[in-house]
Design a protein around this ligand. Structure first.
Ligand code: RUQ
Ligand code: CUA
Ligand code: CA
Length: 637
């Protein structure tokens, strides 16, 4: 077969592309643009990569279980996903900001109440952009209770229960646009007995008028951004802090005293050139204890119709370190990513447009807040040159950092202590340990337990923005790649490529023993559960409540009769108790489809506006008589 037939061109093409990328990257911004264009062109051409030998010992044989869960975001797919690692098997897709007709997310009354509705009962939003998934902590490691995930489009924070792996709450942040980075706290800043997550910090990326009600449209200098704190338990806003510049990603300290956000737009600019004007940008640190003291003392304002207390974290109001709530530490140009080292000592902020990673010592930031450090910049203890387009940094718990290099299409392993020694003047310090090609142009990377005190240095996942030649082509949109790298030895070793549907961002890799899921629901957790004593049809005027039960292979009513024009609420409780015995419930013409798991209750409300006979049927294979599991839903004219 002629390999050129479908545009496939094997051979030296890969190394050529890499060469082009690094050359163009050296041109600075032009490089950023050219790099992307080049990659897209090559992607369209296709071509096959030389096969790499996977680590046989990492194979998970059929029937074997994985060692880790990976909880990952799905970008503008709006959901969260669960993978098993190292196999890369997809275990679950958790609908969050998207609608999902498999489980009925966005269809049932219960899911709509969580997602938020307009006055007419329809969903307020049906789109979302998830980037960052982080778990709740206890004692500096995951407690298996919750996951939190952001929606950048509509500035919402969602919580996922880890026992059911379902979203149970969503909150919209007021006066914030482009809610990008998030991180859970790991301890209370004052009460050290509260050594678990009670707050979630959310960075606002885009400047907007405050409030955004039509004022100041032509004067972006008056616009601002807010850093928000949400109560992890109630999912209500606790406070917000107005800053200079913007928030991108977020990290938190292990002692609960500090949170930080990298800022690529310290210029407060509203256009691309303006955002790249300054030679340095910053990592802004928040003194949580002081912010909350100000809130307690009533020293805050509110914005527009929002009642959330807003503390002033702008530079002008925070020039005295001893009372400041914010500290702006200068770092490389247009940084992206800020990550906490598992020893609790440092935050690493990557340069993106600067080939450096900046290591900031938290002890020194606290010293600045005590008036014991002259300049915020003095908190920087290392700034090694690590490669082009550095973004995110993961850790192995052995003193090494792994930073994704977007422009170089590499993962660079470097040693934090060596970088600090080099910064102090030690010319013999060997900072860079290894650079490994990934395929291609990585965004986020994350390591096994790497954002906890239990970082175990076993696996690193590289979430790549382009897969190009790694998989069979599926039309103009290629899948992205998640690449699993074994980092346990002295050399990094590529274990597996997994596809990622648009598009991979951040995730966490959690030891499987941390996760304790429940196998059936508790019927009493649902106040609207249908039981034999209340099952049947109840009518009040034209409002009809149909209370239905399922037990394989039948629904409790073979015939359900309503009148055209009725407002019908259908509540379904699954009385099966067997693990995994889920039923579906679809109603043709009425656009209804959802599932009920064992002992679970869900409901839908709709107008019976079409007369006729409609088979309400089970969509989820449950029994040898699954196909027969259906009832006649009759709507009288
Ligand atoms: S952040 S790579 Cu870099 Cu939201 Cu996605
Ligand atoms: Cu019940 Cu299929
Ligand atoms: Ca900038």
């Amino acid at each position: 077969m002629d390999s050129k037939e479908n545009g496939v061109d094997n051979g030296a093409e890969q190394s050529g592309r890499r060469g082009f990328l690094s050359k163009s990257a050296a041109l600075g911004l032009a490089g950023v643009t050219l790099g992307l264009v080049a990659c897209k062109e090559e992607a369209a051409k296709g071509g096959e990569a030389a096969p790499q030998k996977a680590g046989a010992s990492k194979e998970i044989a059929p029937g074997q279980l994985d060692e880790y869960y990976a909880f990952i975001s799905a970008g503008h797919g709006g959901e969260a996903r669960v993978l098993g690692l190292p196999s890369g098997r997809t275990l679950k897709r958790i609908p969050v900001f998207n609608t999902d007709c498999m489980v009925g997310w966005g269809v049932t009354n219960e899911s709509k109440a969580i997602m938020g509705t307009k006055a007419d009962g329809s969903l307020k939003y049906t789109t979302g952009d998830t980037h960052h998934v982080h778990g709740s902590y206890k004692d500096g490691t995951y407690d298996g209770r919750w996951l939190f995930v952001n929606d950048k489009i509509h500035s919402r924070l969602a919580r996922i229960r880890m026992d059911t792996m379902e979203c149970d709450k969503i909150v919209e942040l007021p006066n914030v646009m482009g809610f990008h980075g998030l991180f859970t706290d790991k301890c209370d800043p004052v009460d050290t007995k509260i050594n678990y997550t009670t707050r979630v910090f959310c960075g606002g990326e885009f400047h907007i008028p405050l409030p955004n009600d039509g004022r100041d449209l032509d004067d972006p200098t008056k616009w601002g951004t807010l850093f928000s704190c949400v109560n992890a338990e109630t999912m209500e806003l606790k406070w917000q802090c107005r800053i200079d510049g913007n928030n991108d990603l977020v990290a938190t300290s292990y002692d609960g005293k500090l949170a930080a956000s990298n800022q690529y737009n310290t210029e407060n600019a509203a256009d691309l050139n303006g955002m790249m004007a300054a030679e340095r940008d910053a990592c802004v640190f928040f003194n949580i204890e002081r912010i909350e003291a100000l809130v307690k003392a009533g020293k805050f304002t509110t914005i527009g119709g929002s009642k959330v207390p807003v503390v002033d974290g702008r530079k002008a109001a925070n020039s005295d370190p001893k009372t400041a709530v914010t500290c702006y530490v200068p770092v490389g140009k247009n940084p992206h990513g800020v990550n906490a080292s598992p020893d609790g000592k440092y935050f690493v902020c990557s340069g993106k447009l600067s080939p450096t990673a900046t290591v900031i010592e938290l002890k020194r930031v606290l010293a600045w807040f005590n008036g014991e450090l002259k300049e915020p910049r003095d908190a920087v203890v290392a700034e090694p040159e690590i490669g082009l387009g550095p973004l995110h940094t993961a850790f192995d718990g052995k003193g090494n950092a792994y930073t994704s290099l977007f422009l170089d299409s590499q993962c660079v392993k470097w040693n934090v202590d060596a970088a600090i020694a080099q910064f102090k003047g030690d010319k013999t310090a060997k900072v860079i340990i290894e650079k490994m090609d990934v395929h291609y142009q990585p965004g986020h990377n994350y390591s096994s337990m790497g954002e906890t005190k239990e970082a175990d240095g076993k696996y690193l996942n590289s979430g790549n923005k382009f897969s190009k030649d790694r998989f069979l082509p599926v039309g103009p949109l290629h899948p992205e790649t998640e690449q699993l790298i074994d980092i346990s030895g002295s050399k990094m070793h590529l274990v597996a490529d997994h596809t990622a549907y648009s598009e991979p961002h951040d995730g966490i890799i959690v030891r499987r023993d941390v996760v304790k899921t429940r196998q059936i629901y508790n019927m009493d957790d649902f106040p609207n559960a249908v039981k034999p004593e209340n099952a049947g049809i109840e009518r009040h005027g034209n409002k009809v409540h149909v209370r239905l039960m399922s037990q394989a292979p039948a629904y409790s009513m073979p015939i359900i009769k309503v009148k055209k024009g009725d407002e019908v609420t259908l509540t379904l409780t699954n009385h099966d108790k067997v693990e995994d015995l889920t039923h579906g419930c679809a109603l043709p013409t009425y656009n209804i489809n959802f599932i009920v798991n064992p002992q679970e209750t869900k409901s839908v409300t709709f107008k019976a506006d079409h007369a006729g006979a409609f088979w309400l049927y089970c969509t989820h294979f449950c029994h040898a008589l699954h196909l027969e599991m259906r009832s006649r839903f009759l709507v009288e004219a």
